[in-house]
Design a protein around this ligand. Sequence first.
Ligand code: NAP
Ligand code: G4F
Length: 330
Amino acid sequence: MKKALITGVTGQDGAYLAKFLLDRGYKVYGMTARRSTASLWRLEFLGIHEQVELIEGDMGDMSSLVRAVRVSKPDEVYNLAAQSFVGTSWKQPVTTAQVSGLGVLHMLEAIRLTDPTIRFYQASTSEMFGLVQQPIQSETTPLYPRSPYGVAKLFGHWSTVNYRESFDIFACSGILFNHESPLRGIEFVTRKVTDAVARIKCGKQKELRLGNIDARRDWGYAGDYVKAMWLMIQQDKPEDYVIATGTTTTVREMCQIAFEYAGLNMEDHLVIDPELYRPAEVDILQGNPAKARERLGWRAETPLRELIRMMVDADLQRVRAGESREIFSV
Ligand code: NAP
Ligand code: G4F
């Protein structure tokens, strides 16, 4: 039986990946940071909280990563843990650098010192393209991050490449474009919108305040994207891959889809709040997933409209069931 260690198992991707691997017969270890309240609601939502073996550890504490690797003895490590919210990265730049940047190096060192035959996946990001240097971004597009988060991820990405080239570790990096789901954190724009639409529909909220709705993103479904992580780590050679849908949509259009689906008029509720603009913006992202299609046989399967509908339905169900937002953190 193959064994996998997932950092960030309590996050959106960690939960979907754990389910994906369990369904394929893996023994799954999930690393969790100590929190004052439990954050297992996503694993519970997918019905797998009792199947994932939890190991305490924090990306900022290398000794805890060495311990997690020693205890789990994994064949594969998926490093998904991060301070992943771009907005917060301007408010906590040092924490973001430590967790999302230096933390990657901590894990690479833990693997190098413990068992360099372990295969390693790093959750890199399209945010590294930032101020885009090419209209459509691929594995060869120059990087130009625009946030402390993007800068931290750049460090993690290049550390992964460097450990592959220096120590012959099977280390690969998925440059994933935005991916969403009903398990998305409420601070990200798609979920903020679908939660608000559900609450407005149920008479619990009147307005939705957003920042830059002209920004464009290449949005896919997280459930599709975790398969690409696994495929990358199964290859004969470790390489980096762009994972994207290949299409781009404005925040405004995405929002429109959600309001229309719920039978609401967006103009009646949407308020633009300049306070929500970012100090530096990534105006547009559009990925070229050709390499993943050709080498991994992977493609995004869920269109944006279907994804947003899935998210609105899930949020309507939560609001109608009277769940407070806090209950999602159970
Ligand atoms: P997420 O929902 O925010 O999950 C992040 C995970 O990291 C959570 O489990 C969190 O634990 C954990 N974490 C945070 N700080 C930690 C620390 N100091 N030590 C250990 N664990 C810590 O993120 P996601 O959307 O699933 O994304 C997964 C990864 O892919 C992240 O690295 C993200 O940067 C990257 N990525 C995401 C996207 C996307 O569109 N979703 C695109 C490209 C790349 P708690 O639950 O306890 O806070
Ligand atoms: O949903 P967002 O916060 O995602 P963002 O910044 O693109 O980052 C996400 O995708 C990255 C991959 O490219 C990941 F690496 C990262 O971890 C994360 O998952 O914002 C999307 C866009 C931005 O342009 C933002 O300015 O929506 C715009 N936006 C407009 N109003 C808003 C809001 N974003 C948020 N979160 N909240 C708003 O009110």
